[in-house]
Design a protein around this ligand. Sequence first.
Ligand code: NAP
Length: 283
Amino acid sequence: VTASIIDGKALAETTLDRVRAAVSTLASPPLLVAVALGDDKASAAYVKRQAKIAQQCGVIYRLDGLPSHTSENELMAHLESLNRDASVTGVILQTPLPKGFDAGRCRDVLRVEKDVEGVTTMAAGRLFTQRPLAIPCTAHAALVCLKAGVGTDLRGLDVAIVGRSEIVGKPLAALLIHESATVTVCHRGTKDLAGTLRRVDAIVAAAGSPGLVTGAMIKPGAVVVDVGTNAVSTPEGTKLVGDVRFDEAKEVAKAITPVPGGVGQVTVALLMMNVVELARAKR
Ligand code: NAP
């Protein structure tokens, strides 16, 4: 039997329906502001996608594009002004920031009430203490996909995460602990990645390493969620691939997310849900 495919697009649509319904109950449409410095191509693509989805669910989207010669102090002053502006519901600070910028310090200027991506130190603390405002969207999307693949609650499930970044691995570990899963977090220091993965009921791959997880590393019947989004060049041009070898994995897993069409779809939808959460919290 081959694995069932976890349909990120369908999960995103369900989420966006809920966002639209929630937005319509607000006194005024929420305003999401993206702050971007200079002209990074990857960041421009994200902005375009965010703007499109925002429009689809009634969220007003504004791009504050600051010139590439903006200093760290000027950026922080701009974030302060958004903190004070009551018309602004949530703020995204697009990364990467220019070389030499202390990204953590810049992010932490944002008040947690405006931190729509849940990336400030305060948001991390609130997540760990189970009082989140906005949950980091990629980690949250991985959780939603995992739940869809497992089909029941996650209590007692053995889950391994590959990756310990602030935006995916770490917040996902917290979310899974709160779901009463038993969590193993793997990274480059992990002694036996293959053996560790082979033992668990579910794998979330968030390493940014194309094809890292092979079919042989997956326990038959396990659920596989692939967060990896890696651009690789092939003779046919650039292609997006995950961290999991999909063709091998689908022969062993019970359910798996495709790349593209999996976690990435759900991520943007949950970003919009976070805007709604912040708007509600403000009232
Ligand atoms: P990151 O900051 O580079 O972190 C990668 C993590 O994976 C690190 O903890 C690293 O371990 C670990 N890792 C890398 N190679 C490994 C290996 N061979 N064995 C074991 N662990 C390994 O990446 P990120 O920002 O979390 O992103 C991860 C992936 O998700 C990327 O492909 C990114 O494009 C994708 N992503 C997708 C979305 C989405 O919406 N779908 C959003 C954000 C990111 P160490 O800590 O030991 O170095």
